[in-house]
Design a protein around this ligand. Structure first.
Ligand code: OXD
Length: 307
C-alpha cells in the first residue's frame, strides 16, 4: 500500500497517484490504515514518531528536493529508502528565480529601485552578460539547469560541486580546496546546495570575505549555507553589493527579524521552486515501479552522503 501523509492539497495528490498507479492500493491520511500493510509513504515533515508504526516500510518519498529534515529524524529505520524529488518541475522554477537575481544585479535594477526612492535619474554604464562572472554552487539536476541556462544566455558561468562534474560551456570545479579561488573570481554567486554536514556553514565569514568587492549573492538552496551575521556585516561595510535570499536557517523568518528591512537584501519566503503535484507524483510513481522491479529510483538518497 502507498500511504500519503500530506498536509496540503491531499485530495489532489491522491487523485494524481490513483491515476498514475492504478495497480496500487493508495490511501491518504486521515483514512485509517493497517500500518503493517504500508510499503511506501509520501510525505514532507510529519510529526515526531510518525514512522514508528510502519514496520514494513520500504521507502519514503519526500515532497521536495531537500531531505535534511527527514535525515535528522530518529523514527526512520536505516534500511528504509529515502527518495527526494529530482527536478520534477523544480529546475525550471529555480532557473527563473536565479535568472531574476542575476539580471537584477547585472542590469543594476537594485540600484535603479533605490534611485527611484530619491527621484534620481542616474544611468550606470552597462555590464554585459559575457563580462559577468556567475558561479553556481551545487550542480545536481537543479544547479546544472541553472548553470546551463545562464551560460546559454552568455554569462561566464562556473559551477562548483562536491564531486567532479562536467557540463558543456561551464567551468566546473569541485571540492572544498577549489572553492576559495572560485569565490574570488565571482561577480554573482548562486547557491542551490542542499543542507548536509559538508554544506552547513560553508559560506562562513572567511569564505564570504573572498568574494570580490561589489559581488552579490543569491541563495535558494538551504539557509544554513551562509553565516548571515557575516553577510550582513559585509553588506553594511559596503564590501558586498547585495543578496537575494529565499531560504533561512529558521523558517518562517520572524516578522521582526531585521533582515526583512535591510536595504541590500531582497527576501522571498522560500518560493524559489515549489513542488508541483503532477510531475512529482509521476517521478514517485516511477520510483515505486523501479523499487518493485528491484531497480533504484531516481533521487534515491545516499544516507552516508546525506544527499
Ligand atoms: C525543497 C524545498 O526541498 O522546497 O524542495 O525546499
Amino acid at each position: 500500500m502507498l500511504y500519503l501523509s500530506i498536509a496540503q492539497e491531499a485530495e489532489h495528490w491522491l487523485a494524481a497517484f490513483r491515476s498514475t498507479l492504478p495497480e496500487l492500493e493508495i490511501n491518504a491520511w486521515p483514512a485509517p490504515v493497517d500500518p503493517s500493510r504500508v510499503r511506501y509513504i509520501v510525505t514532507w515533515n510529519p510529526p515526531a514518531g510518525f514512522f514508528a508504526d510502519f514496520l514494513n516500510l520500504e521507502a519514503v518519498f519526500a515532497q521536495g528536493a531537500g531531505i535534511d529534515k527527514l535525515l535528522a529524524r530518529d523514527d526512520l529505520a536505516p534500511d528504509v529508502h529515502i527518495v527526494r524529488l529530482s527536478n520534477a518541475g523544480m529546475a525550471a522554477q529555480m532557473v527563473e528565480y536565479a535568472l531574476f537575481g542575476v539580471l537584477r544585479f547585472q542590469r543594476d535594477f537594485d540600484h535603479y529601485a533605490e534611485q527611484q526612492m530619491d527621484g534620481a535619474w542616474r544611468q550606470h554604464p552597462p555590464r554585459l552578460a559575457e563580462a559577468t562572472r556567475v558561479s553556481v554552487l551545487g550542480l545536481g539536476a537543479i544547479g546544472a539547469a541553472v548553470a546551463s541556462t545562464l551560460a546559454g544566455l552568455g554569462y561566464r558561468v562556473s559551477g562548483w560541486s562536491r564531486s567532479p562534474r562536467e557540463l558543456p560551456g561551464i567551468r566546473c570545479v569541485h571540492g572544498e580546496a577549489a572553492l576559495g579561488a572560485l569565490l574570488a573570481d565571482t561577480d554573482i554567486l548562486v547557491g542551490v546546495l542542499p543542507s548536509t554536514p559538508d554544506t552547513r556553514g560553508l559560506l562562513n565569514r572567511e569564505r564570504l570575505a573572498l568574494l570580490p568587492a561589489g559581488a552579490a549573492l543569491i541563495n535558494a538552496g538551504r539557509g544554513d549555507l551562509i553565516d548571515l551575521a557575516a553577510l550582513v556585516e559585509l553588506l553594511d561595510n559596503g564590501r558586498l553589493r547585495g543578496a537575494q535570499l529565499d531560504v533561512f536557517p529558521a523558517e518562517p523568518l520572524a516578522a521582526d527579524d531585521a533582515l526583512w528591512r535591510h536595504p541590500k537584501l531582497l527576501i522571498t519566503p522560500h518560493i524559489a521552486a515549489a513542488t508541483l503535484i503532477e510531475p512529482s507524483a509521476a517521478q514517485m510513481a516511477d520510483g515505486i515501479r523501479r523499487l518493485q522491479a528491484g531497480e533504484l529510483p531516481a533521487g534515491l538518497v545516499e544516507r552516508q552522503r546525506a544527499y
